[in-house]
Design a protein around this ligand. Structure first.
Ligand SMILES: Cc1cc2nc3c(=O)[nH]c(=O)nc-3n(C[C@H](O)[C@H](O)[C@H](O)COP(=O)(O)O)c2cc1C
Length: 340
């Protein structure tokens, strides 16, 4: 199975005028897809693209990478980094996309998938799917403003009807999207029910541009099954990659992790966070990571609670070292809902 999966993932994929070398992407994740965590992912490799956490299109044109928590990057990652933006005004979204293109990234991703209240209340993210004409206007306005790849991430919509995402996907392609990432869940379902992978196949068949399937990939078998049953061109992985930052290398390059990898990765992340962030920003980001990382372990609950109460990264290092003194065989499929 692993050989078949790594072969499938190793075929390059054309997106707009650019090539993605491998068919796995790190899904956009607020507070988690930060520059420090991406550097940890880069130490293992195996992915074709990394998506940033979402950035407000209103703020982005004037955002200062030296002060911003989310609009930060390393020069080495620009060629395979896609910045995600959210917003509700076509002109603002186009200006933000221009900045992203000018900085030299692989592409821009439009967020029509986030169903968090704070975003939907501003009529952004998945809320825009209630007004498909506005969604299309945003895509065509961004398309006119840039020439690099334009991605759109969206979900089923607000009603469980597969024809809704199928129709949206066609309209998004016609408006100029170069690739789609589709998460087959309705809003505001969030992650309470299983995503309907069958809908990914329907979306894939409705368009000619590449489609990335997304939602509940927890092991290699899931990834292979999603690709084979839906025909999707690639897979975007979120929570599993936070829990196991080496997962792209495991799937695509047949990397075999050793038992030390959990301890070493957590410690390495504390260092990378110190390299890129101040105390306050860094602590918040490590605590968010810990929520998913702890899902690997039977006693993850204890680990997470201790980290969450810590006041510094030094303290976190001691907690992590202490936790791994007593072996806790990690789950093969991490428990992503243990505290959520
Ligand atoms: C903590 C967290 C933050 C997220 N942030 C974003 C985001 O900024 N933009 C976005 O489009 N999706 C976001 N998502 C959704 C993920 O990209 C993805 O669609 C979802 O987690 C399902 O994929 P998974 O099962 O592989 O985790 C977020 C999800 C989580 C759990």
């Amino acid at each position: 199975m692993h050989e078949e999966l790594s072969t499938l993932l190793g075929y390059p994929l054309k997106i707009g005028k650019k090539i993605m070398k491998k068919r796995l992407a790190f899904a956009p994740m607020t507070m988690l897809g930060n520059v420090a965590f991406r550097e940890l992912l880069a130490s293992f490799g195996g992915y074709g693209l990394l998506f940033s956490e979402m950035c407000s299109a209103k703020r982005l044109p004037t955002e200062n990478p030296k002060a911003s928590g989310y609009f930060r990057w390393r020069e080495e990652e620009k060629s395979h980094l896609v910045f995600q933006i959210f917003g509700s005004e076509p002109y603002t979204m186009a200006s933000a996309a221009q900045r992203i293109e000018n900085e030299g990234f692989f592409g821009v991703d439009i967020n029509f998938g986030c169903s968090a209240n704070s975003i939907c209340r501003q009529n952004c993210g998945a809320a825009i799917l209630k007004d498909p004409n506005l969604a299309v206007k945003i895509i065509s306005s961004v398309k006119k403003a840039v020439s690099f790849p334009l991605f759109v991430k969206f979900r089923t919509g607000w009603k469980d009807d597969p024809m809704i995402p199928v129709t949206l996907a066609k309209r998004f392609e016609d408006a100029g999207a170069d690739a789609l990432t589709f998460h087959p869940r309705v809003s505001p379902d969030r992650r309470a029910r299983l995503p309907k992978w069958k809908y990914i196949g329907l979306v894939k068949n409705a368009v000619t541009i590449p489609v990335f399937g997304n939602g509940n990939i927890f092991d290699a078998k899931d990834c292979l099954t999603m690709m084979k049953t839906t025909g999707c061109d690639g897979v975007a992985i979120g929570r599993l990659a936070v829990a196991k930052p080496w997962i792209f290398a495991e799937f695509a390059d047949r990397f075999r992790p050793d038992t030390e990898i959990y301890l070493n990765s957590a410690l390495k992340l504390t260092e990378l966070i110190e390299k890129h962030y101040d105390h306050h920003m860094g602590l918040r980001r490590f605590k968010k990571f810990a929520l998913y990382f702890s899902g690997n372990f039977h006693f993850g609950n204890t680990l997470y609670k201790r980290i969450n109460n810590a006041g510094s990264l030094d303290e976190i290092r001691e907690i992590v070292k202490d936790f791994f003194k007593i072996p806790d065989t990690p789950y093969l499929r991490p428990n992503m809902n243990f505290l959520v």
